[in-house]
Write a protein that binds this ligand. Structure first.
Ligand SMILES: [Ca+2]
Length: 637
């Protein structure tokens, strides 16, 4: 390294976010500082070789999540569903879809999770049911004005013959949010509201039968041992009285609308009474159960209203996920997030990837702030995979140092990229068809996980079938190529989670540091110094700190270790206790090497570049109801 970097004169701001007290830490519910690992059941592990992941597959592989060091799992929906929207169209909230297994399999999964010390959060989808739900089937065969129709939002049409929709509301997926039905006598009939797909009729939450049914569903899963719920579209359940007209296109998934006005179906004040009642249901149960909101609202302040002390416990922080890899943006969103959640005493959450967005190892392989398509295909500009993984590791290490609760998405601990060259003819996300082949959708982040490099389907299942093709190079990311390998992304995650727990970072504080250039994100969390270098020039660490974990090994410029571009470091400050100085055996602990070890750089570039194929893994024969009409729910990335 040519330039000698001088250790900066650092000064600490007053804490933006205070630590939990010792007593507070002792008594705090687990979820205030948890690391929660999202499992997308279709793509985690397949037990029976049909190419589709299932609950027994998850149970068999669950020790991986425990060894990684996560505190909990969140399971995306596995309920009986025609799969019009990847299981977010539920036909029976109390049964498991046969493609995923049985209710006994769900019980076994929950039992195994608890044996491993993992909590388990399940999904709840209360805004709408499937059109195959018995309630909706009954509503269709019942007369206008009947009790069965009153559970949904049936209305007469407008205009001559009622052949125009009741109002101008638009579906999130495009087109009118209303569908006309044919009455029992064959005549054109009423219309029903579907803010999402036509197969997802919205429930009427002002009908007392609806909240009563959902309280019963919550209890059904709490009784079986669920440790909480992730609430789908938590901002949508209540519509403004009278369904007043609104003819703007709305961009819920971008978290914004085209006007400053709030649509009469999002974020209505009435939702909060529902969540207060859910809070009470969950409070009937022993232990600390958690309610997590997926709520797309215009601001972090509006989001904070969902996590008031008598409502839900935490909310996904999509603002953080959507933030570009630029220091100014990262500092701003961290500050705003902590201030908003602290204002109501709720833990802030952090997330970089999920089943709806382009994986962050790929997102960060494009220039910061790029406007990426909703799904990347072979014709699109391809990411810089090496840079993407480098930045993803740095971003993850930054995220895991933040106080609050962090969400991981299956496979990110392996450094998995998005599948960006998937042939269009094997795509399963109906977004591709529904968008007129303009948006490829989310298949690229849902590719089955590689467990064993040399096994068929990379160990995803017992045979070669995978419901989406695994890309070339997948074996290089396999878990068995990374366990115990210094420098692997898996070992980085494991070391980070170990140190996060040992150093109490999740319950800790955040105080910004001054002294670095603007393109460095630097803060202290109690006795841990965190430096993320988002700039181009290497920066020095203070002389008196000791490196605990770094996202890549740190070169030494002769005066001490320096932090290169796109690298994050955790370091112990001088007043640490011996226990907090403990370093993980496989972390880059206190490395003072003259340059990046060749073994590491070859690993990272090989992972990103190699073109070995994953056994022979043809696409699964379509033996299961595939996602034939699923609309997009992608947040903008
Ligand atoms: Ca299966």
């Amino acid at each position: 390294m040519a330039t000698v970097t001088t250790p900066p004169e650092l000064s600490t701001h007053p804490p933006l976010h205070p630590s939990d007290s010792e007593a507070g830490r002792r008594d705090a519910p687990w979820w205030r500082s948890a690391v929660i690992y999202q499992i997308y059941p279709r793509s985690f592990a397949d037990s029976d070789g049909d190419g589709v992941g299932d609950l027994p597959g998850i149970t068999r592989r669950l020790d991986h999540v425990a060894r990684l060091g996560a505190d909990a799992i969140w399971l995306s929906p596995f309920y009986s569903s025609p799969q019009a929207d990847a299981g977010y169209d539920v036909a029976d909230y109390r049964t498991v879809d046969p493609v995923f297994g049985t209710l006994q399999d769900a019980d076994a999964l929950l039992t195994r999770a608890h044996e491993l010390g993992l909590r388990a959060i399940v999904d709840i989808v209360p805004n709408h049911t499937s059109d195959q739900h018995p309630w909706f089937v009954e509503a269709l065969t019942s007369a206008p004005g009947s009790a069965a129709r009153a559970r949904y939002l049936f209305r007469d049409g407008t205009g001559p013959g009622g052949d125009q929709p009741p109002n101008h509301w638009r579906s999130v997926f495009g087109g009118p949010a209303w569908q006309r039905v044919t009455e029992a006598d064959g005549s054109p009939g009423q219309w029903y509201l579907h803010l999402f797909d036509v197969h997802q009729p919205d429930l009427d939450w002002t009908n007392p039968g609806v909240p009563a049914e959902f309280a019963s569903i919550l209890r059904f899963w709490l009784d079986r041992g669920a440790d909480g719920f992730r609430i789908d579209v938590a901002n949508g359940l209540v519509k403004a009285p009278g369904l007043p007209d609104w003819d703007h296109e709305q961009g819920m998934m971008q978290g914004a609308v085209e006007t400053d006005e709030q649509p009469p179906y999002w974020d209505q004040d009435g939702v909060h009474a529902i969540y207060r009642s859910w809070h009470d249901v969950v409070a009937e149960y022993p232990g600390d159960r958690v309610l997590v909101a997926e709520a797309w609202v215009p601001s972090l302040d509006r989001l904070a209203r969902y996590v008031c002390p008598d409502e839900l416990d935490q909310a996904f922080n999509f603002s953080y996920l959507l933030s570009p890899w630029r220091a100014k943006d990262v500092r701003e969103v961290i500050t705003d997030s902590l201030q908003a959640m602290d204002s109501v005493g709720a833990p802030t959450t952090w997330v970089l990837s999920n089943h709806d967005v382009i994986r962050h190892a790929t997102r960060f392989g494009y220039p910061a702030g790029s406007d990426l398509p909703k799904g990347i295909g072979v014709d699109d500009p391809q990411p810089d995979a090496v840079l993407g993984l480098r930045r993803a590791r740095a971003a993850t290490l930054l995220m895991l140092a933040l106080p609050g609760s962090a969400y991981l998405y299956q496979g990110e601990e392996l450094g998995l990229p998005e599948h960006t060259t998937m042939p269009d003819e094997v795509r399963q996300d109906p977004t591709w068809v529904r968008s007129g082949h303009t948006q490829r959708g989310r298949d690229g982040c849902r590719v089955p996980i590689p467990w064993e490099a040399d096994a068929p389907s990379c160990g995803f299942g017992p045979g070669p079938l995978t419901w989406l093709p695994q890309p070339q190079g997948w074996p290089d990311y396999a878990l068995d190529r990374q366990v115990g390998v210094p420098g692997s992304t898996y070992e980085l995650y494991r070391a980070a989670l170990e140190q996060r727990a040992a150093r109490g970072l999740g319950a800790g504080s955040l105080a910004w540091l001054d002294g670095y250039d603007d393109d460095v994100v630097a803060f202290v969390n109690d006795r841990t110094l965190v430096v993320a270098n988002l700039g181009e020039m290497p920066v020095a660490l203070p002389a008196d700190v000791r490196v605990i974990v770094s996202s890549l090994p740190l070169p030494d410029d002769g005066t001490g270790p320096v932090v290169p571009s796109d690298v994050t470091v955790w370091a112990a400050r001088p007043d640490h206790s011996p226990r907090q100085m403990a370093t993980s055996s496989t972390a880059f602990a206190a490395t003072r090497t003259p340059s990046l070890p060749a073994r590491f750089t070859s690993y990272i570039s090989a992972s990103a570049r190699r073109t070995t194929d994953c056994g022979s893994s043809p696409r699964a024969a379509t033996t299961t109801p595939m996602l034939t009409v699923m609309p997009t729910r992608c947040p903008s990335t």
